[in-house]
Design a protein. Structure first.
Length: 127
């Protein structure tokens, strides 16, 4: 079974992992980086808050559903909490597939589900 690692913390987003198995023909990594504007106004960053137990439970539920729906695949998700300065990443989603189209689709679907259901809230800090 490929590795799944999910974290939610104030720690910076780690370096994208290398998939270690020759089974995966494609590695896809998404870094969601903080822009320096929000609604046309300059910001210094975003303050992320979460209900950690619920957020982690939902992240793991998404991963389990995706593994069931799309077959086993490696996954690394890290979502930051606390203040994230403009220019720094707030989320990492790294996954792999046997082919590039499948790996891109997985990464996109993880991002869509995370944004839709995980209880993480953001508040821009205006300059």
């Amino acid at each position: 079974m490929p590795e799944t690692l999910i974290t939610l913390s104030s720690d910076p987003v780690p370096a994208p992992p290398a998939l270690t198995s020759g089974e995966w023909g494609a590695d896809v990594c998404f870094l969601g980086r903080m822009r320096d504007t929000e609604d046309g106004r300059r910001i210094t960053g975003i303050e992320y808050t979460a209900y950690p137990e619920m957020a982690l439970r939902e992240l793991h539920a998404i991963a389990a559903a995706m593994q069931t729906e799309h077959g086993a695949h490696p996954l690394r998700v890290h979502h930051r909490t606390g203040f994230v300065p403009a220019g720094e990443p707030s989320i990492l989603i790294a996954t792999g597939g046997r082919h590039s189209a499948a790996a891109f689709a997985l990464c996109h679907e993880y991002l869509r589900r995370i944004k839709a259901t995980v209880p993480v809230w953001k508040r821009p800090v205006f300059a």
